[in-house]
Design a protein around this ligand. Sequence first.
Ligand SMILES: Cc1cc2nc3c(=O)[nH]c(=O)nc-3n(C[C@H](O)[C@H](O)[C@H](O)COP(=O)(O)OP(=O)(O)OC[C@H]3O[C@@H](n4cnc5c(N)ncnc54)[C@H](O)[C@@H]3O)c2cc1C
Ligand SMILES: NC(=O)c1ccc[n+]([C@@H]2O[C@H](COP(=O)([O-])OP(=O)(O)OC[C@H]3O[C@@H](n4cnc5c(N)ncnc54)[C@H](O)[C@@H]3O)[C@@H](O)[C@H]2O)c1
Length: 475
Amino acid sequence: MAEILTPDICVIGGGSGGLTTAAAAAAFGVPVVLVERGLMGGDCLNYGCVPSKALLAAGKHAAAIRAAPLFGVSAGEPAVDFAAVKAHVDGVIGAIAPNDSVERFEGLGVRVIKADAHFTDPNTVNAGGQLIRARRFVVAAGSSPLVPPIDGLAQTPHLTNETIFSLTERPDHLLVIGGGPIGMEMAQAHRRLGAKVTVVEGETALGNDDPELAAVVLEALRAEGVVVEEHTKVVGVEGGGEVVRLSVGRKNGEKATIEGSHLLVAVGRAANVEGLGLEAAGIEHDRRGIKVGSDLRSSNRRVYAVGDIAGGPQFTHVANYHAGLVIRAILFRLPIKTDHDKIPHVTFTDPELGQVGLTEAQATTRGLTVDVLRWPFEENDRAQTERRTHGLAKLVVGRGGRLLGAGVVGAEAGELTNLFSLAIGRGLKISDLRDFVSPYPTFSEIGKRAATSYYHPYTRRPLVRRAIGFLSRFG
Ligand SMILES: Cc1cc2nc3c(=O)[nH]c(=O)nc-3n(C[C@H](O)[C@H](O)[C@H](O)COP(=O)(O)OP(=O)(O)OC[C@H]3O[C@@H](n4cnc5c(N)ncnc54)[C@H](O)[C@@H]3O)c2cc1C
Ligand SMILES: NC(=O)c1ccc[n+]([C@@H]2O[C@H](COP(=O)([O-])OP(=O)(O)OC[C@H]3O[C@@H](n4cnc5c(N)ncnc54)[C@H](O)[C@@H]3O)[C@@H](O)[C@H]2O)c1
């Protein structure tokens, strides 16, 4: 048995949360061991954010060629070589991979162990036979695609986010179970690359977003030919080879069969709690993940959890945010408290949909009195020049003009969400969004124009007009 390692920090999982924790600890010269059983970079780099955005980018090029005649440019129907598209996706992963590699992390001073890790007792982890007794542990073991107990699904060949990016041939007809962000992003990418696509969603598609904004995305996808069946539950799956068949039940009681060539299951995530030896370490958990407080500490006070396995919102930037907090707590003994209310999220369909802070419905549920401001993309000159005029920004404003929430659906909505995330994170007011100078013509002017509309009623007040008249007497 090798010597027991005794670093200050042992991190389990080399995805977004684990890598950020390890890199930050190493930057301060703290001894850290990182254990990863699969690919460095985790889901985001290998099976998640990066390949999905790369595939969407390929789809966007195909869509741009189709839309080119609007600009006086003709190119005909684009030819899509799916194997070349896959090579593009692999190339993008390959370009980013060195940042997350074992070599880079060892260069930073992190000891990387490629093995499956599990706790053997509250203070010890076994990583492929190597025992690690650290002062603190950070579990960043992520999540896996949830495969629901639908009749016949386990016996029927199907794709998940872990396999769909390996396809070298375009599916003729992709069936997608689940109209969440994975389902909708993959649906649009494949449709634009020439596949027929049917999404079957048990409730409402993009149901975690403001319905007014989600409706704009759904309308756009349907206009491109994606079939989205909402309020339709998949109750059975069968087939294999050339044909997959879904038995579905609609809200009105109707039953139907939907046929396609390939099936993607995208109905949420299961936390990777199995096999971690959490019981041996006294770490409470359930199917959503490791139970943590707002200080990200588990029931074993030596052990923190970050990212998807911490049971909260599942985004790369959340995993990074958690990592930053945990580093503050472990290295500097500072109190930490997660505030998930200020976390943005973006669905990268075209149009994109970004949200940060409270939606109108969430504000109402909390009993807040709010003003809702809207500004359409149609009224933005840059959107007109680019012919990307579908969408709107929607701001939720509380007492005293404080910005409580912002949603944007439209061109570059993800980029626009940054401005609102800064504003909400810093507790800015609507007057701050009105008073900065926004370069013309940019999409970001939409936020400023929405904010300015808050003051439109003031311009019509008789008192204000009388005051202007009075002041004009002074020359
Ligand atoms: C298709 C798709 C698209 C997405 N797009 C976006 C997006 O655009 N933007 C966004 O913010 N988020 C996106 N996400 C979500 C994002 O990928 C996750 O929230 C993020 O990867 C979570 O990071 P993590 O560190 O918690 O887990 P992961 O990245 O999953 O890393 C966990 C790592 O732990 C390792 N591990 C697990 N158990 C053990 C063990 N016992 N021993 C050793 N190693 C172990 C795993 O091998 C894995 O590498 C997407 C997800 C999917 C599936
Ligand atoms: N752009 C991004 O940031 C991005 C992109 C993709 C994924 N993600 C992350 O990954 C997580 C998982 O995404 P997801 O889309 O798999 O999950 P999700 O939970 O967001 O959506 C799953 C959908 O499947 C539906 N569903 C469940 N069972 C069903 C059934 N039997 N029949 C029909 N519909 C059913 C649900 O009603 C839900 O709308 C997201 O919550 C998000 O955190 C983020």
